[in-house]
Design a protein. Sequence first.
Length: 397
Amino acid sequence: MLPISQRGNAMPASPIRKLVPFAEAAKKRGTKVYHLNIGQPDIETPKAVLDAVRHSDFKVLEYSHSAGNESYRKKLVQYYASVGVQVNANQIIVTTGGSEAIQFGFMACLDPGDEVIIPEPFYANYNGFAVAAGVNVVPVTSHIQNGFALPPMAELEAKITQRTKAIVICNPNNPTGYLYSAAEMEQLKQLVLKYNLYLFSDEAYREFCYEGHQTSALHLEGIDDHVVIMDTISKRYSACGGRIGAFVTRNQQVLDAAMKFAQARLSPPSFAQIAGEAAVDLPADYFDTTKAAYKARRDLIVQRLNAMEGVFCPNPGGAFYAMAQLPIDDADRFCQWLLESFSHQGQTVMLAPATGFYGTPGLGKQEVRLAYVLNLDDINAAMDCLEAALKVYPSKI
């Protein structure tokens, strides 16, 4: 048998998607599955965004510039200015989703064997991109008891070695929903300057802050050469399938290096750039409605979870995820059991086991991530399923 590469063997499975075969089997048995496992909103993509694609008029679907259409990048300059981030069109590379922006950052700035420090739990695909780049993830644990606040600077500093090249954050955070404060961002800035590190900031959920405001890494002064923003329209405009993101930095050397990777993949998706350009022109109050919808969903799911015996869920300040601690022995087994062996009135719920969001082995075994991306009726029904399941699950603690 031909061998698989070490990289291929080391590539982690997605904790978000690995249970899909069990969900598909449940549906074939006639069980309705409420998907709280993945950040796929049910909020409709804005009609103006879809219409821009439907009504686009060209005879040839051409490559765009490798950095993305200039017209779209200029629109993004307007968008970033609206959130207090001043950049020009040449400091933006349009990417195939936020995923490619993460990949470009790792590949352009880090060498094989380098280390990146990431507060855990963290977005699981950081692991995958680190493996692809030959980079080692060094986790620093945050804790559910204090809502997954940024760990003390002393704990992050203790992890820094000669191989440390970057700190990675997601703000607001996926999977915890934690919103880093301006003071915490300033502390990170001081650490990055002290040890001459990159600060990679995933800001996919910028608009969805429910108490307080998001502090972008590009709001921080005196740190321009250190900051790389990874961004996407996927969550912002409920356009996950568009696969359009952005790599943003004021560091010209990093831009030049990332541009070579952008040229190697030729160009980002053309239709999605048309959609993204139209999205920037949405009314200024567009996010008022969507944010209010997510806040109502957050309030409901947190209330329902904390009303269940033995369950604890901190109140997330942003994004559309919540982490909950359940009275179970093993989250992976429990989430599979929900799909394989349980139903409540012909329904069940699909959750993401938290183990896949931790880099430290053994952590997260009693935790799950829930994406409150469904309407209030569906969230209530999903919580009814979870509450019933916890009452009969055979391996409670």
